[in-house]
Design a protein around this ligand. Sequence first.
Ligand code: SAH
Ligand code: SF4
Length: 424
Amino acid sequence: MNVNDTEVIFSILERAGYSRTEKMEEADLVIANTCSIRDNAEQRIWGRIEVFHQLRASRPGLIVGIVGCMAERLKDKLLDTHKVDLVVGPDAYRSLPRLLEAVRPDAPQIDVLLSRDETYADITPVRTDRNGISAFISIMRGCNNVCSYCVVPYTRGAERSRDAHSIVREACDVYQKGYKEVTLLGQNVDSYLWKSEIETVTFANLLERVAAIAPDLRVRFATSHPKDISDEVIYTMAAHPNICKHIHLPVQSGSSRMLALMRRKYDREWYLERVAKIREVMPDCGLTTDVIAGFCTETEQDHADTVSLMDQVGFDWAFMFAYSDRPGTLANRTMQDDVPANVKNRRLSEIIDLQNRKSLERYRAQIGKELEVLVEGPSKRDPGMLCGRASNNMMCVFPAAGRSKGSYTTVKVVDCTSATLICE
Ligand code: SAH
Ligand code: SF4
């Protein structure tokens, strides 16, 4: 999501006459696009700001800007203690050129207003990816859920869905430029809903419209919320071969007591039922998840419930985090971050170990299968080989043998690690 926001920012700045440099030492303006989701994401940025200041010492006049969620959350600290020149929140990127005009050494500029309707629908992002094959498209901004641990609703504001036609236009545009895959992005894509005077477009409708652009344009999406992923979406995925069979379905915890405290609005049984439905309709669908270890009051039994859910579902892959108390969230205001750091970390290692074993099992189960992959380019580990993802999102490496980037090819899985399928 932040990558896509950065692409929107590049577009706004290009229109205002700025051009991009690959070398930071050459820049007249350095902007860091920031994330506040966990404390360590913010800590890294404080370190980066020091680097920018050192750069400014040797390059007077350099403008240092902080944009994104940290700008929204920590505007005063950024301006007063860290002396940055520009602080701009996620809904205020259009004001960047105006603010940059006004920046002076003694007059930093700030705009952190959140909006109810900004979706940057008319701005064509300047793609920053290198492969030219796979593009991200934001379909909505903000979030209307209030998961008690999460800072997103405070830093990115209320949920709003982007004009469906502008999304389809952008997907057509990238396809015409040679891209073969689009990933539709939102914090909770299943609650996408766009209405005009003559039509109402749900997420399932939107998926169909994007899938209809071309049979060789793959469609992916993230993130699905377990409480909202509907049968309609599952059947729409199944009906279109070019909608990739992969769902990122963050569970957060396997304990219904924890899920209630987290305000996720589903319980363990609901989650398992959704997984069963997905697998009934699409037996080969890839499933990945996010898990938080050590949320407020989590007991050994709650943790054991998470372990057993992960064991039972068998995710292909998971992002796993120790709970990080975020100022201003409901948990921060009303609960105690009472699981000691060593216990959080031990639980986190246990779920990581389990997931590594599960990933290996899931990848091994692919051996012998034939999969269609979209060729992305040379493999990072072995530039003599190519790599590309299967529909289920598993990364495959295979011999180059005359295949070109952006083409589809069918490979046979002969071996694997816990994160890569080795193919012929
Ligand atoms: N909208 C998505 C998730 C966005 S944040 C969803 O609801 O699933 C990405 C992930 O960061 C979350 O799924 C969660 O696992 C993790 N996360 C969010 N807040 C966190 C916190 N305070 N501490 C640790 N992990 C957190
Ligand atoms: Fe955060 Fe919950 Fe919204 Fe995801 S759905 S962004 S976890 S509040």
